[in-house]
Design a protein around this ligand. Structure first.
Ligand code: AMP
Ligand code: TRP
Length: 326
């Protein structure tokens, strides 16, 4: 594992889906390898946005990531638009990417169906993503399952550019997605992936009472109607959240209590709320400290961008040379 890169959109709140699917893994990986984590604000403007909100959300995301445990002494945390080479490389990659491959991306199809008019940025979104990763010649990309197709395209782009412009020795590595056991967290509606745009999330910095207000009515095993009906843990979203948050012995106990109707769903949710609390308490207290000392966030982002810029300049130099610009 040579170099790790991952990105997250400045959507404002970090939720437990982002956390379990990706960010928790970033925190673990920053100890093992050179790591870069990027708040991708150029990606965020592919859908309608307010400039003031973009500014606020970028900051809020930085606070969330630092609170989650990203350590600026170990990893480079930075904002995409602070390193303009991302868009330079994206332009170059656009010129070697067939339109058909972009039109086939599932996320493009989903997003473009939701918009009245579709801008070219939504189509080219995964090309910018490939540029993000390859600008640092990163080979490992810890993400949730929804990003696997985009990563596959990044590999194709790396391969195609290498074949065309660096045939003797691969300049770009082919990056791989690194998934966690909790690669796809469902929302509290139990219907769709947890996602801010669907309003089915628990935020990472959400207070205890507010978490319980959402957990209490959350969907469980749909076949378990009466308190005395035995449940099937594997079909229950709450059980899956136990697997993400509770210690193994508790998870086993939950499965037995559910399938024998020893516990009702509320009993089970109370135990889950405690496990979530245990995980989130230190994160919340780090966030409080960052709120009290705002300079820490700015410093972390400035240091991160300075490190990223050095690597980005090296890559762009190599690209320009091989393509006849220099
Ligand atoms: P986004 O907020 O869409 O920029 O996603 C940031 C990271 O969180 C990406 O690696 C996603 O794959 C991951 N992610 C987002 N939602 C979920 C989810 N519900 N379950 C697991 N991973 C997720
Ligand atoms: N598309 C990713 C998401 O929505 C965010 C992202 C942008 C990203 N660039 C990246 C993820 C590079 C990994 C690597 O989650």
């Amino acid at each position: 594992m040579a170099r790790i890169f991952s990105g997250i959109q400045p959507s404002g709140e970090l939720h437990i889906g982002n956390y379990l699917g990706a960010v928790k893994n970033w925190v673990a990986l920053q100890r093992e390898a050179e790591s870069l984590f990027c708040i991708v604000d150029y990606h965020a403007i592919t859908i309608p946005f307010e400039p003031a909100q973009l500014r606020a959300r970028r900051r809020e995301m930085a606070v969330g990531l630092l609170a989650a445990g990203i350590d600026p002494a170990r990893a480079s945390l930075f904002v995409q638009s602070d390193v303009p080479e991302h868009t330079e490389l994206a332009w170059i990659f656009n010129t070697i990417t067939p339109l058909g491959e972009l039109e086939r991306q599932v996320q493009f199809k989903e997003k473009s169906q939701r918009q009245e008019s579709v801008n070219a940025g939504i189509l080219n979104y995964p090309v910018l993503q490939a540029a993000d990763i390859l600008l640092y010649r990163a080979d490992t990309v810890p993400v949730g399952e929804d990003q696997v197709q985009h990563l596959e395209l990044s590999r194709v782009i790396a391969r195609r550019w290498n074949n065309q412009f660096s045939p003797d020795a691969d300049f770009f590595p082919e990056p791989r997605a690194l998934l966690t056991p909790t690669r796809r967290i469902m929302g509290l509606d139990g219907q769709a992936k947890m996602s801010k745009s669907l309003g089915n999330t628990i935020a990472l910095l959400e207070p205890r009472d507010s978490i319980w207000a959402k957990l209490r009515p959350a969907v469980t095993d749909p076949k378990r109607i009466k308190r005395t009906d035995p449940g099937t843990p594997e079909v229950c979203n709450i059980y899956h959240l136990h697997k993400a948050f509770s210690p193994p012995a508790t998870v086993e106990h939950v499965a037995v209590q559910c399938s024998t109707a020893g516990w009702g769903c509320i009993d089970c949710k109370k135990v889950l709320a405690e496990s979530i609390e245990t995980e989130l308490v230190p994160i919340r207290s780090r966030a409080e400290r960052l709120a009290a000392e705002p300079g820490l966030v700015e410093d972390a982002l400035a240091t991160g961008a300075a490190r990223a810029k050095v690597l980005a300049a090296e890559t762009i130099h190599g690209v320009r040379e091989r393509m006849g610009f220099a």
